[in-house]
Design a protein around this ligand. Structure first.
Ligand code: EPU
Length: 337
């Protein structure tokens, strides 16, 4: 199989932005990555395209990771170890683990994207980050032309961050994740500390939730406030929740008593970007085809026909207004190509 060229990438990014790749190839097995014509330098590794802003045409090779497969690798007294190909759909994988009787990932139900992309930005929601269940992964190194393993201790997982976002790793196409192994403890306890989740369970009269109860509560919460990218193109939260120091958080609280704030173990305070954006007047506001969603101001949406430039224009306007009102910098979550 050889790369095709050129290929329209609009079906492959959930913001539905236009842009062509000079060359494109779907990767359905790890061995395909060793093909000599893929070793060319300018590569982009594409997963589900749910964390991507296409700024225009890409004069390089897009490798679309579609490696399938999910299996139990091993089990010991404490845990099961489950492997998934990088191209499996994340949500389908989570539901499959639950059906098999291996809970642990249910809080991450309905997050768009692929399994291979999940560790890169350490996807997280409703009180769980994927790094907490991650065991190891295998990746292909295009320069060394070899597979290599990566253990959890090498990953430097942090809030929406990992080693894979650093220079020299995934983002410049140096390597591609081919499979991921998760470690799911056999003793399961519900993770329902997140207020919105515990409220949803209480509203459903569920005092002792099963993993399926948690999954279905989370699916309902997400469907209520996050737009389905298949209907309203978006990339989920568009900005990180900003981390500020205690002094800045105190100063903001004095001025804005309703400010939501989440103290972190390192002494910093996480603020709610959605709240800041709403207070800055951007909830449901649009600049041309791109605006911030009516039901969740942290989600940037394309209401039809937007380009990467339209996204950048709205992004810059939101950042400027939040900065002017709160002196807080908002950093985008997605990758720009
Ligand atoms: N808020 C507003 N207005 C809004 C949106 C939010 O005032 O328009 C307030 C809420 O009332 C709440 C606070 O902001 O007090 C936090 O909102 P929410 O619980 O909805 O969570 P979030 O901080 O906006 C984060 C993640 C989501 C994840 C949820 C649940 C980030 C950047 N986002 O959102 O992740 O699903 O928590 O855990 O950390 C994603 O990354 O794509 C994503 C959807």
């Amino acid at each position: 199989m050889h790369p095709q060229n050129p290929v329209d990438l609009s079906p492959f990014n959930t913001l539905a932005l236009p842009g062509k790749a000079a060359a494109y190839q779907k990767i359905t097995s790890p061995e395909q990555l060793a093909a000599p014509d893929l070793a060319k330098k300018n590569r982009f590794i594409l997963g589900g395209g749910s964390n991507l802003v296409l700024t225009g045409d890409f004069d390089g090779l897009v490798l679309h990771m579609a490696i399938p497969g999910k299996r139990l690798v091993k089990e010991d007294a404490e845990a099961v170890y489950i492997e998934s190909g990088a191209g499996e759909n994340w949500h389908d994988f989570v539901q499959w683990t639950l059906q098999q009787g291996w809970p642990g990932l249910e809080n991450l139900s309905l997050i768009p994207g692929t399994v291979g992309a999940a560790p890169i930005q350490n996807i997280g929601a409703y009180g769980l980050e994927v790094g907490e269940c991650f065991h190891s992964l295998t990746a292909w190194d295009f320069e060394k032309q070899a597979f290599f393993p990566v253990d959890r201790s090498d990953c430097r997982f942090a809030y929406r961050d990992s080693i894979f976002k650093q220079e020299g790793w995934h983002l410049n196409g140096r390597m591609a994740i081919t499979s991921v192994i998760f470690r799911l403890p056999k003793i399961w306890t519900p993770n329902s500390r997140y207020a919105e989740l515990s409220n949803e369970l209480a509203a459903r009269d569920i005092a002792a939730p099963t993993p399926q109860d948690i999954a279905s509560a989370i699916i309902a919460i997400r469907q209520r406030k996050l737009p389905d990218p298949a209907i309203i193109p978006n990339t989920g939260s568009f900005f990180h929740n900003p981390l500020v120091d205690q002094a800045q958080a105190d100063a903001l609280l004095a001025k804005f008593p309703a400010l939501p704030r989440y103290p972190q173990p390192d002494g910093r305070v996480k603020l709610a970007a959605g709240w800041l954006i709403e207070q800055a007047g951007w909830k449901g506001k649009y600049l041309g085809p791109v605006g911030m969603y009516e039901k969740q101001a942290l989600v940037l949406v394309n209401r039809g026909g937007a380009t990467g430039a339209d996204v950048q224009r709205t992004m810059a306007a939101v950042q400027a207004d939040v900065k002017a009102k709160f002196a807080v910098d908002l950093t985008p979550e997605p990758i720009f190509l």
